[in-house]
Design a protein. Structure first.
Lengths: 291, 208, 139
């Protein structure tokens, strides 16, 4: 890889050491790992961000990145990842829900009490609908209980799209043909409309994870899916969001984070439960605060 | 389908936080019930007049998640008084408490800066190690200056290692001479010469 | 490279390094990879638990005295895991001032300990012993 040339205009190529600094910073901050094989790709994306932030050197860009000015960490990560949502993302957590979590939840429960599940942020609805479909396909007790699925996001346009329930073919790529034919109707423009019964089954609301007043309206959840958002928060916001989520959970309730989110120190409030399918966090049952 | 819908209660609030009366919330910090103390701590976040009460509560609190809430509340106040309330816990025997306090202090680079020189000169090597971690979120010129001052006089190799680790990420060219002399001082020891060589390469490769 | 004196085929020996310092992880990785071990890394205990569940390891090297991670919690969680994972040998790295934690380390399930800073010779010797390669000649 060529070294950094002395240029009047901003750099378009990174040195190995610059790439290493970025990779190590991102790993420490977000848990994301970048293999050596992706080095060239990283080089290009960071160069783009240097230009986008109008930084005149790597050093000044790295300062911007470290301080997370204007959510630069999120911009950089979005530049790396193909930012699309799809159904049945991180299926191992859905599997953990039906094979382990729900048994624990219903164990000491009155059958008339609803099981409450929350997807936040829900984006355009793929996650809450995935949860609903998964429960119907994989949980033998699905008809024995009332299940409430709430889907929330700060972005009202995303919520609107979720309530409409129309998706591209790509979003369905993890679903079997059987599931697609059971829950979706193909549209003429090769998109798909999700079954109206599912749309009716999900409560879409606007909510902001960091706003404690907002979050105070949500209580008594058994499972919260809060994936791939906490890593973008600064330490301050993440602590507040974690405390808000704690309050929204029933004692003994579970919270599922995104797979690279071990960096989020949410474990200080929650018990770490390592199931064979996934690592899930739990609000302690009794108020002993035992770790 | 077995799914039920229920209206999410209460109006959506767009206005600012409702201010509970300070006195009663502070009193609730002393409740015998942990969840009451938890809620009180959360409600006092950002309220500067509550620093003394929060500091007092933290010194007595046994329940970990309530400790966390008090630490967050102090962090959200973020002034010199709240930093002073948090600093003693860098010496805590409880790893979780130390971690929480470091995280809170790292979120307050401006407020913590005046204390850094003293922390980096603390007689306890463990405190000096934690202090180097706090320099990670400072502006790079401050971090470089503070850690170079530390490295010039530090005898304890693990403290030097911690400082070199931060400089590898944040350090500027100004750190190079100090790093080289640190490697010389610790020549022949297992880890430090290697760490310094990586830090030097990292800085040189990013500071053309 | 490590050479195997016995007739059995050479198996991959995989070691997980857990430390929140990227320089320490790099240091251990260089030493162990040069000696023929396959090395993976984790930055804290929770990531480490995920890694050991996802992949088979022969040894975990874990620092217990760090600001942002509690190695003891990791060890306890490890020993509570499924049997195939719970018996994973653990080499614990302590600092001088935490030598009084050795009893804690042993009761949390450590197999052996070393004090920071760790020399190449010590790391290799203990890695060899704990992964059962002590009879192999190291070139």
């Amino acid at each position: 890889m060529a070294g950094l040339e002395a240029e009047q205009i901003r750099p378009t190529q990174l040195t190995q050491e610059e790439v290493r600094r970025v990779c190590e910073f991102l790993y420490r901050r977000t848990g994301m790992v970048f293999a050596d094989s992706r080095r060239y790709y990283i080089d290009r994306r960071v160069a783009e961000r240097i230009a986008a932030t109008q930084s005149d050197s790597f050093r000044s860009y790295f300062s911007v990145l470290r301080s997370d000015a204007n959510h630069e960490i999120e911009h950089l990560v979005n530049a790396f990842t193909i930012n699309e949502t799809y159904f049945n993302r991180e299926e191992h957590q859905l599997r953990c829900m039906t094979s382990s979590l729900l048994d624990n939840i219903v164990g000491v429960r009155d059958r008339r009490e609803a099981i409450r599940i929350w997807s936040i942020p829900c984006s355009t609805g793929e996650e809450p609908y995935s949860i609903a479909m998964w429960l119907m396909e994989h949980w033998s007790e699905v008809d024995s209980y009332n299940i409430e699925i709430v889907a929330s996001d700060i972005d009202t346009r995303a919520l609107k799209a979720g309530a409409q329930g129309i998706y591209s073919e790509r979003a369905l790529m993890r679903l079997s043909q059987n599931v697609i034919s059971r829950y979706f109707e193909p549209l003429p423009d090769s998109r798909y409309q999700i079954h109206p019964g599912l749309i009716d089954s999900v409560q879409f609301t606007r909510a902001n994870l960091i706003d404690s007043r907002d979050m105070a309206r949500y209580r008594g959840f058994d499972i919260i899916f809060c994936r791939n958002v906490l890593i973008y928060f600064d330490d301050s916001s993440r602590r507040i969001a974690a405390e808000n989520l704690y309050d929204c959970l029933r004692p003994g309730g579970y919270i599922c984070l995104g797979h690279s989110e071990t960096m989020s120190r949410i474990s200080s409030l929650f018990r770490v439960c390592s199931f064979s399918e996934a690592i899930i966090y739990q609000r302690p049952e009794a108020d002993h605060g035992a770790k | 389908m077995p799914f039920v819908k229920r209206e999410v209660s209460g109006p959506a609030t767009e206005d600012g936080p409702r201010q509970e009366p300070l006195e009663s919330t502070i009193a609730a910090l002393r409740s015998l019930d942990a969840e009451t103390r938890w809620s009180a701590a959360r409600a006092l976040g950002g309220r500067a007049k509550a620093v003394t009460a929060l500091a007092d509560a933290l010194s007595k609190e046994q329940i970990p998640h309530v400790q966390e809430a008090i630490i967050t509340a102090l962090m959200r106040i973020g002034n010199e008084a709240s930093v002073m309330a948090l600093l003693p816990y860098l010496r805590s025997q409880d790893a979780g408490q130390r971690s929480a306090v470091i995280e809170a202090l790292q979120a307050l680079p401006g407020a913590v800066l005046p204390f850094m020189a003293s922390l980096l000169g603390d007689p306890d090597s463990d405190v000096r190690i934690l202090a180097t971690e706090l320099t990670r979120t400072l502006p790079e010129d401050d971090t470089t200056r503070l850690l170079c001052e530390l490295l010039e006089r530090e005898q304890h190799s693990n403290v030097c290692a911690a400082a070199v680790d931060v400089l590898a990420e944040v350090g500027t060219r100004e750190a190079l001479p100090t790093l080289r002399s640190c490697a010389e001082r610790f020549a022949g020891t297992p880890f430090l010469p290697f760490a310094v060589s990586v830090a030097i390469a990292r800085i040189s490769g990013t500071e053309s | 490279m490590v050479q195997n004196d016995t007739v059995s085929p050479r198996l991959t020996i995989r070691i997980l390094i857990v430390d929140d310092s990227s320089l320490v992880r790099l240091y251990y990785r260089n030493i162990l990879e040069r000696a023929g071990f396959e090395v993976e890394q984790a930055i804290n205990g929770i990531e480490a638990i995920e890694r050991v569940q996802a992949q088979a390891f022969n040894l975990v090297v874990v620092d217990v005295n760090m600001p942002k991670m509690d190695g003891f919690s990791f060890l306890r969680a490890l020993r509570r895991s499924a049997p195939s994972v719970a018996t994973l040998p653990a080499l614990v790295i302590t600092t001088e001032s935490s030598q009084h934690d050795l009893d804690d380390a042993r009761s949390a399930g450590a197999n052996f300990y070393l004090v920071k800073p760790v020399s190449e010779a010590d790391l290799l010797r203990h890695a060899a012993i704990l992964t059962g390669r002590q009879n192999e000649r190291i070139a």
